[in-house]
Write a protein that binds this ligand. Structure first.
Ligand code: ADP
Ligand code: MG
Length: 468
């Protein structure tokens, strides 16, 4: 093949430099199949300078890592609707900036988009190749490579250690609650900057150009690395909306808004769990009081358990000892338009259940809770006593499957021991730390914060657990 002297051959991956953006080295996917080029950008903020439209943005130059961050500024040449490889269209800022590759420098157009989920921080399409590049898709780094040591030298100053030095928001209501105090304390001890955020004082700007989360005191919270949502059940809707907004800004949420939303609905999460083959107590749900008799029969008759769909800490869980009592409770609750489910009573558990504290898909600690005398609910808030317990392999595997199914990185999984083996009772997305830390002597708060660094350094796509 005749190649003009001006052209050179590049592999499908190369290292390039963007001198005007202070990006000394970034791995780029060279793809003549793509028309335009793009670069990873977040915290995108348009502004005016000398009557010209400019844009400021942050970018992580290193692939699959958020350790290094570079703040860039550039004039904007266009706003364009760009269709990405997943078929979605997105309105993006387009900048023009010099690119250096193979010792040559020329201007290219780059659209700005959050490429955090993609393999490469930058994509070089055919328009930017300016007839200079021929691509040999079978080869990589034909124009040289950059070692980890060189990257450390180039970006050392901007590098942060994800094990210490992140800015983490705790999204909760009361900073004095034991669990919240412990998380703030543990994060600071690990060297992170911990910011307590009252969920209700956060508000959101929905805007294609510069979406943001603001705080009542005037701060803009777009520069956090991660948030730990500890959303009260009473503000699930708003708390999940704020968490989702943080996620849309590219900020990692230890539990995603979607996973919290679905775990808060006891019926929906039980449906998901049973669909994935997890054993749960036989449960019935109906809309009309006309079906009450059949519902009672379906779960094996009295004694049985009636649960409000959105109750926690044992509130809204009632034991009906006789069929008459069951009918009265169900019909009374229905007449108040409450959503409730009916469940077989696991009598042989004798007021005991097991709480597994799950972090990043593993059991971090487990305790047995035993109800106070005269009580069947083992919740510590109802006076239950906690003791250390060794899980059986079946119990451990049930807990692991439960968090995978519900996609929660941090969760409390409640299991009850029945005569037909362990049954899954419920999964809590904001498990309390006090009881489990007191009974086990383990530092759950520290493990929770460490779980963030583990996820942030994991390859994209492994940040949340894949549903089994
Ligand atoms: P909450 O969200 O209010 O904690 P749970 O479903 O976890 O609701 O129930 C609270 C407690 O009631 C459990 O920890 C357990 O001790 C007891 N309990 C719940 N369901 C059953 C059941 N089907 N059989 C026996 N005890 C149960
Ligand atoms: Mg419970």
């Amino acid at each position: 093949m005749q190649i003009s002297s001006k052209k050179f051959i590049a592999g499908s991956q190369e290292w390039c430099c963007l001198p005007n953006l202070d990006v000394a080295a970034v791995k780029v996917r060279v793809d003549s199949g793509a028309k335009t080029s793009s670069i990873h950008a977040f915290n995108i903020e348009p502004f005016t300078r000398n009557s010209e439209q400019w844009v400021r943005f942050d970018l992580h130059p290193l692939q699959k890592s958020r350790r290094a961050t570079i703040r860039c500024e550039s004039p904007v040449i266009d706003r364009r609707l760009v269709r990405s490889s997943n078929g979605n269209s997105e309105k993006r800022f387009v900048i023009k900036t010099p690119l250096t590759l193979n010792g040559e420098t020329w201007d290219i157009e780059l659209s700005l988009t959050n490429r955090d989920a993609m393999g490469f921080r930058m994509l070089l399409g055919r328009e930017a190749m300016s007839g200079k590049i021929l691509v040999d898709i079978e080869k990589q780094f034909l124009l040289g490579s950059v070692s980890d040591d060189e990257l450390e030298l180039l970006y050392g100053k901007t590098m942060r250690n994800p094990d210490s030095g992140l800015k983490i928001g705790l999204l909760a209501t009361n900073p004095d609650l034991y669990s919240n105090r412990r998380i703030l304390e543990a994060g600071e001890l690990l060297g992170h900057e911990m910011v307590f955020l009252n969920t209700r004082q956060c508000y959101m700007k929905l805007d294609a150009d510069c979406p943001a989360v603001h705080y009542r005191d005037g701060r803009i919270l777009n520069n956090l690395d991660a948030v730990i949502p500890r959303i009260r059940p009473s503000i699930t809707f708003y708390g999940c909306a704020v968490t989702r907004h943080f996620e849309s800004l590219g900020i990692f949420a230890l539990n995603s808004a979607d996973s919290i939303t679905q775990s808060r609905d006891k019926l929906y999460s039980l449906q998901l769990l049973q669909k994935h083959g997890l054993d749960i107590p036989i449960t019935g749900y109906a809309d009309s009081p006309i079906d009450t008799d059949k519902l009672i029969e379906m779960v094996g008759g009295a004694p049985l358990i009636v649960k409000l769909l959105e109750g926690t800490q044992g509130r809204g869980v009632v034991l009906a000892e006789t069929t008459k009592a069951a009918e009265s409770v169900i019909n009374a609750m229905k007449s108040l338009r409450a959503n409730l489910l009916v469940q077989e009573y696991i009598e042989e558990a004798s007021g005991k259940d097991i709480r597994c504290f799950m972090i990043n898909g593993k059991v971090a600690a487990a305790i047995q809770r035993e109800a106070a005398p005269g009580e069947f609910r083992a919740n510590l808030h109802r006076g239950g006593k906690a003791t250390l317990i060794e899980l059986t392999p079946d119990e451990e595997s049930l807990a692991i499957k439960a968090v995978k199914t519900l996609n929660l990185n941090v969760a409390g999984v409640d299991i009850i021991r029945s005569s037909r083996g362990p049954l899954l009772l419920e999964v809590n997305s904001s498990p309390g730390l006090e009881g489990i830390e007191a009974a086990t002597g383990q530092d759950m708060a520290c493990l929770m914060v460490k779980a963030i660094a583990e996820k942030l350094t994991a390859p994209a796509g492994h940040r949340t657990l894949d549903a089994a």
